[in-house]
Structure formats: C-alpha cells, structure tokens
Design a binder for this molecule. Structure first.
Ligand code: X2X
Length: 342
C-alpha cells in the first residue's frame, strides 16, 4: 500500500540521515595529524603535547593519532608563522605560546603586559576566568578552535655581563626578544638594546655572544643549558608569564564526530592541568628545587625585592599604557579587576 511505502521510505531516510554524517566524517579522518611544537618533548611545554597525544590515542582507540613535530619544523623555525599555518591547515593541531600567536591575535599580548600578573594565582585568575573565555572567543573568530590552557611559565631575564637589579642595569645590554613588538617596547623603555629573533636563531646567537642576554621561563633556561653559554646572571622578576593554548585547525575539528571532539577537548584540559603542575614545579617559595639546580651550575640568581620590583613597574608604565589601548582597554581593565579580586 501507499502507507507501507511511505513508512518504508521514511524509515530509510531516517536511517540514512543518522548514519551519513558519521560515515562521511570518518571517511575524512587522516591517518595522522601534524602537531606543531616550538621546543622539544623534554621540556614541560613538550610534555603537554606528549600527554595530550597519548590521552587522545588511548581514548579514541587509535582513531585519532597526533604526530609531534618539535623545533617549529612545520614552519621552518619561524614561530611567529605558526598561527597562520594552523589556520591554513599546514598544521593540524598545536600547543602554542600566546607570545608566538600575538602578532595575529592582538589580545594575546595581554600576558606580555609588563608586571601585570604578580603570581600564579593572578595567571589562573585570567586563564581560568572570564578573560580566558573572551580570548578563546577571539581565537575562534580568527578561525582556530581553542580547547585548553597550559603554561610555558614566568619569563626571567638572564645575561652574560652583570647582575640585573634595577632598570639601569639593562642599559646597553643586547637582548634577544621574542616575536611581539611589545617586547621591543618594554626593553627599549628599560634602556636595553633588544633584537627580535626566533628561538632557533637565539641559541646560536647566545653561544657566539652575538647577544648578551635573553628572557625565558626557568624550564627553558635550564633545559637548554643556557648556563653553558655564559648566561650566568639570572634575575627572577616575574615580569610576564607565557600561557600555552591547545588548539585544532577548524576543518580538522569539523571532520571529527561530536564524540571524538569531546574526547580531544577533555584530553587537552586534562593534559593542560598536568602540564601546568610540571611547569611550575621547583619555581616557588615552597619548592625552589629548580632554582637550586640552576644555582648549582654556578649561576648567580637574584630575586627582586619589592622596592626593586616597583622601580621596574614605574620604568615600564608608559609601555603598559600604550599597549592597553592596542589590546583593548576593556580587556586589560577586566584582567586587572580579576587579578585584584584573586
Ligand atoms: O622563543 C622563546 O623564547 C620561547 C621558546 O619561549 C617561545 O616560543 C615563546
């Protein structure tokens, strides 16, 4: 009868529509997804990519496999080209630095605002709160899917010449800085002579003494053995922190089933939590084992007193105000508010 035919056709249609998206999506799964990493897997940052990849492989029963490309090799060492490469699909997934992506997403400069975040609780107040949400919305608008936060760490300054305790000590020092122009402004305001270069170029430049100093988290300083290339003066000043973000290219994300997307997102959140703990280990008053390890290499480590800290805040105030407008006064003020309430 007509009714039977209609029922059969409807049933068929329902059957097809419920099967089709899954089958279509899965047909597009790649054997391997290219994961971009600036450093290598021995660093806390690299551990984030290992933990994430392992969790994803296990929890998807091997449906999704990340392959880690360390040393920014997918963009020939140019870490400031990483974000566009993710957007374009040259890179499928990444755990990247907010600094390296800030040329494309100006709001990410927030974390490079000098002396904005005095302690880890301040960092958490931003990444785990409303500010973090707004930044994720911005990244998604830029065409990349953000999933979770990790951490490279507080960036401390080192050099081969003399101790840095006050802004005047930076005068004339040739310092390698990372790829956001905000760093050029900060170190110029402090009287230094900043030069922008990639991390790949920075290490030989430090070794050959083409530059006098650099700034990086303790885990990067220690893991790269910068004490072996004459970086014997290290100042702990917590002037900026560099959070990491776990992301996926949008087309890749859309090619996965909703279930697999949730697995990848939850794995990123779990990996990020673990990695933040690893990144902070040994760098606090309660556990300063990493600082001790560095001192044992003959490094003179200076922690700024509160008075010394205030002198640096003052010397960089104009840079802060200039970049507050560039980043967006609303976002910066919200960040300051949430930090004050932490
Ligand atoms: O280039 C750096 O200094 C590094 C490794 O910390 C980043 O990629 C931001």
């Amino acid at each position: 009868t007509f009714l039977q035919k209609l029922c059969f056709a409807t049933g068929l249609a329902i059957g097809l529509t419920s099967l089709a998206p899954q089958a279509m999506a899965q047909a597009k799964y790649k054997d391997e997804y290219k994961l971009s990493l600036v450093v290598n897997t021995t660093f806390p940052w690299g551990q984030a990519t290992v933990i994430w990849s392992d969790l994803v492989r296990e929890r998807t029963n091997g449906r999704i496999n990340f392959k880690i490309y360390p040393g920014t090799s997918l963009v020939q060492g140019d870490q400031t080209r990483e974000f566009p490469a993710i957007r374009q699909g040259v890179i499928d997934v990444a755990v990247g630095s907010t600094i390296n992506w800030s040329p494309q997403v100006k709001e990410l400069n927030l974390f490079s605002m000098p002396f904005l975040m005095p302690d880890y609780r301040a960092v958490d107040a931003l990444t785990q709160g409303e500010v973090g949400k707004r930044i994720f919305e911005r990244i998604e608008k830029a065409g990349v899917i953000p999933l979770a936060w990790g951490e490279n760490g507080y960036r401390q300054v080192s050099n081969s010449k003399h101790p840095i305790r006050k802004p005047e000590d930076l005068k004339g020092l040739k310092l390698r800085v990372v790829g956001s122009p905000l760093y050029m402004d900060t170190f110029t305001a402090l009287g230094a002579n900043p030069v922008q270069m990639s991390w790949a170029d920075a290490q030989p430049a430090l070794a050959s003494k083409a530059v006098d100093g650099q700034e990086n988290p303790l885990s990067i300083y220690n893991g790269s053995k910068l004490y072996n290339v004459g970086q014997k003066h290290l100042t702990l000043w917590n002037y900026v922190n560099d959070p990491l973000i776990f992301v996926v290219n949008k087309e890749v994300w859309n090619s996965w089933t909703p279930e697999d997307r949730e697995i990848v997102r939850q794995a990123a959140i779990d990996a990020g939590k673990q990695e933040i703990e690893i990144a902070r280990k040994g760098t606090t008053a309660e556990d300063n084992s990493l600082i001790k390890e560095i001192e044992a290499q003959g490094v003179e480590v200076h922690t700024l007193s509160n008075e010394e800290y205030q002198a640096f805040v003052k010397a960089t105030e104009s840079v802060f105000n200039k970049w507050k407008e560039r980043i967006g006064a609303d976002l910066v003020e919200k960040a300051q508010e949430d930090i004050a309430k932490r």
